[in-house]
Every structure is written in C-alpha cells, then in structure tokens.
Design a binder for this molecule. Structure first.
Ligand SMILES: *Cc1c(COP(=O)(O)O)cnc(C)c1O
Length: 395
C-alpha cells in the first residue's frame, strides 16, 4: 500500500463549512517579505484593511479592526469587552455557534438567558421580546446571523428593534454571512459584529474582523473593572490600531497581507455582484439536490447561500460518502454537528468556493458515489437541473 504523503498537502476542493478556497493572489501575498509591525509600510496596510473592512461591514465605526485569532476570537472579543459579572445577556441559540456565544457570555460572569429555537429553524422574535421583558436591565442581545451548524439565516430587523427598545447592545456573529450575504452594520443598528477570514472572505484562518459602534465603545469605557482578557481588550488594541501606534502584540504580518489582498478581490468584484453570485450558485446546487430527492435540514425561506445543510438519505453511510468524495474526487464537504451529527451533510459555497464549476463538480461526484451506497440516482439528473438554473441566470 502506498502511504499518502501528508506534506506538501494534497489539492482539495474545499466545499465544507470553512476554510474555503483561497485565491492564488492571496497565497502569493502571504509569501511576500515581512516588514516590522510598526513599519510605515505596514501602518499603511493596516489603514487600508480598516477602510476596506468598514466598507464590507457597511459601517463608519472607527473601531473596525482584524483581531489576531480565528472567528472564535472575534466572538470572545465582542463579549468579553461588553460583559461584566452580573450583567444580563440574552443569547439566541439555534445551533452550535449560538451555544458557543452563550458559553462565552457565561464565562464573562454574565447572567445568560438563552432564547432557543430547534436546530434548522430561526429564532422567533416574539420569544426574544418575552425574554427581554423578563430582564431588569439587559446589557446585550446576541445572535448568530448565519448559523453554520444548521444552514439558517436569521432575520435581524425585528431583533435590532427589540434591542434598541430595551437599550441593549446588539451583537451579531457574521462569520458565515460577511462577504456572502448582505451585512449592513450601521443601517441595521448592529453595535458589535465579528467575522472570520476563512469563510466568505476566502483568506486562510487567522484573523477575525470586528467592528464596534460608538455606543458600545462608551459602554466599554465605563466598565467597572478591566476586561478579563488582556489580549482581546479593545481599549488596548485601539491604541495600536489608532493613531498612537502603541505596541500591544506583534500583528500577524502575513495574515494582514492576505486579508488586504482578499478584500481587494472583494472590492474589485463589488458587493452586489458577489451576493448575487452566492445566491445563484446556492440556487443551482439546491435544484440539483432537489432532483436527487435530497432535502434541506434548514427552514425554507431562511436558507443560507453560503452553507447548505442537507439531510443524509435514509440508510446511506454518512461518513462513507464523505470519505469517497475526498479520496476519489478531492472534494471536502462537512459533517453534521450536535443533534445533526450523522444525519446531515454541509456543503459550503463560500467566497472563492462559490462557483458554477464547483456546483457542477460536487453534484456530479455525488451522482457517481451515491449509488454505491445504495441510493439510486438517475445519471446526470442533478447536474442537468443545476445547469438549467445556471443557464437561466445567464439570460
Ligand atoms: C466558523 C464559525 C465560528 C468560529 O470560527 P473559528 O474560525 O472556527 O474560530 C463562529 N461562528 C460561526 C457562525 C462560524 O461559522
């Protein structure tokens, strides 16, 4: 038996829940020479990253910076800076990442009230209203916009209104929506939003863009005690990312190059065009899956364009299919999590991964593999259905 070499790694088509495919220009940017983290050239790159992130988030927030760390570091930054022991926080939980937000908030010492929805469904704004009314003084209302564990897109308008009415800060996880779905921080009244580089921004994992509104900033400045995390303390970080340029920690230089190049690619494509691309490719994939008789696990009308969470057909070996896609076609798709483990697959179409060619490739590979696992497929039926959607979109 020939042992597969692990490094250099194999070429994969990344169609899972992240990381997504990275454009060659972004990989190239990472291999360019290092400069110091206070070099005037690097300061220019930092300013450019802040400007492009503000544009991407749809915000004028001064504090709009990439945190050193993955998406979870963005989550942690958002919550540790706002919450102090005893504060009341409402966290919407409809999947794994909502659960994680609630856990982080509890570790801040906050009194956390979870507003739950079944996996695969959105959280009901009426339930959030009830929870807010039961609070003395809710400080934070937190929600995941694009729940990657279930493929659900949470509507934010009603929740934003509720947060405003109860004078709670509105914190939104946009890890799987930013760069794939519309996100408009200022128009929608979001106080703190965070994301990650390896989902719809199509850079490697390693930075977490975060934006903080002036209202949230003034709450941070009025804290009774220092933020428990020195590393993620926004007040300290803003002295490095602001005009003072005070050393805090060594910025991950190459990752900031990667982010800049990824943001430039997004700017060149344009946001509207990018959202339309994600929508069209999701619709093509959905048509193909529908032709196969494979159903979505996420609520109709609230499905992500960026992550397709679908049911594993009855009797089919969930891991066997994923393994065959990986070994024979080099295609990675994701497994289910939590209560969806063993019952769902997650096909990501994020950023550079969201192309017509990739939709056709994964459907074609599924048509090849599924019959071997006892699931009958009429050859070509899924690819043809996707092609029809793609052809219509071209007209
Ligand atoms: C991926 C993800 C995270 C966590 O990001 P990491 O980069 O894995 O730390 C948080 N929230 C959502 C919705 C995600 O999809």
């Amino acid at each position: 038996m020939v042992r597969q070499q692990s490094f250099p790694p194999p070429q994969r088509l990344l169609l899972g829940p992240g990381p997504s495919m990275v454009h060659p220009r972004v990989l190239q940017a990472m291999s360019t020479p290092l400069v110091g983290h206070l070099d005037p050239a690097f300061l220019t790159i930092m300013e450019e990253n802040k400007r492009l992130l503000r544009w991407l988030f749809g915000t004028a927030n001064e504090i709009t910076i990439p945190i050193s760390g993955t998406g979870s570091a963005g989550m942690e930054t958002s919550l540790v800076n706002l919450l102090e022991p005893g504060d009341e926080a409402i966290v919407c939980v409809k999947g794994l990442f909502g659960q994680r937000m609630a856990e982080v908030a509890r570790r801040c010492g906050a009194q956390v009230k979870e507003v739950q929805a079944p996996w695969g469904r959105i959280v009901d704004a009426a339930d959030v209203r009830t929870a807010l009314r039961g609070c003395r003084k809710p400080k934070v209302l937190a929600v995941v916009h694009a729940e990657t564990s279930t493929g659900v897109l949470q509507p934010l308008a009603d929740l934003a209104t509720l947060a405003r009415e109860h004078e709670a800060l509105f914190v939104v996880d946009t890890v799987t929506s930013l760069g794939g779905h519309p996100v408009r921080v200022d128009d929608w009244g979001i106080d703190v939003a965070y994301s990650g580089t390896q989902k719809c921004l199509s850079a490697p994992p390693g930075l977490a863009p975060v934006t903080v509104s002036p209202a949230a900033l003034s709450v941070i400045h009025q804290r009774r005690q220092p933020v428990q995390s020195w590393y993620l303390d926004v007040s300290l970080l803003s002295q490095y990312w602001g005009t003072e340029r005070v050393y805090h920690h060594t910025a991950p230089i190459s990752m900031n190059y990667a982010l800049l190049e990824a943001l430039r690619l997004i700017e060149a494509e344009g946001l509207e065009a990018r959202w339309q691309r994600h929508k069209r490719n999701h619709e093509a994939l959905a048509a193909g899956l529908n032709a196969l008789g494979i159903e979505f696990a996420s609520q109709e009308g609230h499905r992500l364009w960026t992550l397709n969470c679908i049911g594993v057909p009855e009797g089919v070996d969930e891991t066997g299919v994923r393994r065959a896609l990986l070994d024979e076609f080099g295609i990675e798709i994701g497994a289910g999590l939590g209560p969806f483990k063993g019952r769902t697959w997650r096909i990501g179409l994020m950023g550079e991964s969201s192309t017509a060619a990739n939709v056709l490739a994964v459907l074609s590979a599924l048509e090849c593999v599924l019959p071997r696992f006892g699931f009958r497929v009429e050859a070509g039926i899924a690819v043809a259905a996707a092609q029809r959607v793609l052809a219509q979109a071209k007209d």
